[in-house]
Write a protein that binds this ligand. Structure first.
Ligand SMILES: *[C@@H]1O[C@H](CO)[C@@H](O)[C@H](O)[C@H]1NC(C)=O
Ligand SMILES: *[C@@H]1O[C@H](CO)[C@@H](O)[C@H](O)[C@H]1NC(C)=O
Length: 510
């Protein structure tokens, strides 16, 4: 049945509005179509709602759609008719939010857990308030996969994916990666225009890498974490997932900035926000004169696929041709320690921080069936089928609950991560006068996580089985303008993203 639905959708084509193809359209394309009156925000939102209805029963990237999305789109349409020019770039654009980002509306914010179904957030998350100010439409919430949340769907279980986690739209059985899996799947499959995800360590970059989309992990503090189900404010960050670097820059522009509810971090990072915003760095010659440090060890060894490695060599050639200076074969000091969360201190610190911050988040909810991590553990015990407790376990939750605040051990762990970052990426970048480090895939995420550093992944190719992978650019805090220049110029020189065909997926799910 699903197969038929998909077929109909594919046959009916991807156009809506007049002479305008929505599938794969960018924000700039859509804004132009709005201005030329070839498209309304309502048509755009209805297109995505149709796509979700047809594809989501299989792909499971969306956990809830916003019953008010069409109304919000109509409001944007009528505002646009009144305002001449000067609209924010996200005006009338539907945005899908990871289910950990709170909204003060009809949508639930559950972190993908049944434990939080029915919880009421006191207000919109800081980033959501910014989106609404920009006139964006909240399309719905994206599914996610994490330690403590595996909320399943009101559709038969065990179809194609594990309950609660979306399906890779490119390859049968391919892992879409988490935890912002739904945010990436939905954008990849054109069920959403753009989305927000969050990252503590790899949760934006990894699903971006695996789903042939762009994911931008901002410097910690550049985007407010207020109202986002937390792990650790030391590492958590909210960022865009999109099909193009240009869309990521527009979304970033609309969500960065000071938030009194996340004051210290957003204050400190606000000095990084460029006057005139991020879109000015979308330059086709953005690679000219950039010094890029290639870090192969151990990231290129981790992926066995030799075709990947030869594609990577092609990309390095492209980067050089476009004017970059490629400094090859650099190594990050202590990389084996950094990549081991038990050795670098990350696991120890995160366990204690998670408990503290999650409990704070739960306490501040206006209403909630659970008020603490302990409550969630008990909920999981009492709802073993819904939460698949036996299969997935909750050892990490139990270990976190056994911690007692950030003490001497945790402080030492945090100092160790700071030192590893200084001797690691910071030293590498400074000594080689780099604008960015470059590697393949998402395995470098811990390097960025423990330092609060930004990174971006851009579609870079597909394995022989069709599994996508991305090229990874990382920099020091505040490097977003440079990363956007580099990523955009690379993207424009290669244009490797292609939408999933989806037919193989449907057949495999019958
Ligand atoms: C939020 O959860 C409640 C309880 O399951 C459900 O009735 C409601 O439809 C959900 N809201 C949306 C927008 O899906
Ligand atoms: C790499 O190849 C080896 C031997 O063929 C295999 O055991 C291993 O699982 C592969 N690793 C990855 C990451 O694919």
């Amino acid at each position: 049945m699903i197969h038929l639905l998909l077929l109909l959708l594919l046959l009916s084509g991807a156009t809506n509005g007049r002479d305008f193809t929505i599938e794969e359209a960018t924000i700039d394309d859509v804004q132009r179509a709005f201005t030329e009156e070839k498209l309304t925000s309502r048509q755009l939102v209805e297109y995505y709602l149709d796509r979700i209805e047809s594809l989501n029963p299989v792909l499971r990237g969306v956990i809830e759609v916003n019953p008010d999305a069409v109304d919000q789109a109509e409001r944007a349409d009528s505002e646009r008719r009144r305002i001449d020019g000067g609209r924010p770039s996200l005006h009338g654009i539907p945005v899908l939010l990871k289910d950990s980002i709170a909204t003060d509306d009809k949508l639930n914010t559950t972190g993908g857990s049944y434990a939080l179904l029915g919880a009421v957030a006191p207000r919109d998350a800081g980033v959501v308030a910014r989106l609404r100010n920009a006139g964006a439409v909240i399309l719905g919430k994206a599914s996610m996969s994490e330690w403590y949340h595996f909320r399943s769907y009101d559709i038969p279980d065990g179809w194609c994916a594990r309950a609660g986690q979306g399906l890779n739209p490119y390859v049968k059985g391919g892992d879409p990666c988490g935890s912002s899996s739904g945010s990436a799947i939905s954008v990849a499959a054109n069920m959403a225009m753009v989305s927000l995800g969050t990252e503590t360590d790899g949760s934006l970059i990894c699903p971006g890498d695996r789903n042939s989309v762009v994911a931008l992990k901002p410097t910690v503090g550049l985007t407010s974490r207020a109202g986002v189900i937390p792990l650790s404010p030391r590492q958590d960050t909210v960022g865009p997932i999109s099909r193009t670097v240009s869309d990521a820059a527009h979304v970033l522009d609309s969500i960065v900035g000071h938030d009194p509810r996340d004051a210290e971090a957003t204050d400190a990072a606000s000095r990084f926000i460029p006057t005139g915003g991020y879109a000015q760095f979308l330059k086709e010659d953005g690679l000219k004169g950039k010094r890029l440090g290639v870090v192969r060890h151990p990231f290129l060894k981790l992926s066995n696929a030799s075709s990947r490695n030869s594609i990577f060599e092609d990309h390095l050639r492209t980067l050089r041709e476009k004017g970059a200076v490629v400094v090859d074969d650099l190594e990050i000091q202590n990389i084996d320690v950094i990549l081991n969360p038990l050795l670098c201190g990350e696991a120890l610190a995160l366990l204690a921080e998670f408990k503290l911050n999650l409990n704070n988040y739960l306490t501040e909810l206006t209403a909630s069936p659970v008020r603490s991590l302990s409550d969630i553990i008990i909920f999981n015990q009492n709802h073993p089928l819904q939460e698949r407790t036996a299969e997935l376990g909750q050892d990490i939750l139990v270990a976190a609950d056994a911690t007692d605040g950030v003490g001497e051990g945790e402080r030492r762990a945090i100092e160790m991560m700071e030192k590893l970052s200084r001797d690691g990426l910071e030293k590498l970048m400074v000594e080689n006068e780099l604008d960015a480090m470059v590697t393949l895939g998402s395995d470098a995420s811990p390097v960025m996580a423990i330092g609060g550093f930004p990174a971006i992944t851009v579609p870079a190719g597909y394995d022989s089985d069709g599994m996508p992978f991305g090229v990874f650019f990382g920099g020091l805090r505040g490097a977003e303008p440079t990363l956007i220049e580099i990523a955009y110029a690379f993207e424009q020189a290669t244009l490797l993203r292609k939408p999933p065909s989806l037919t193989s997926i449907t057949l495999s799910c019958m």
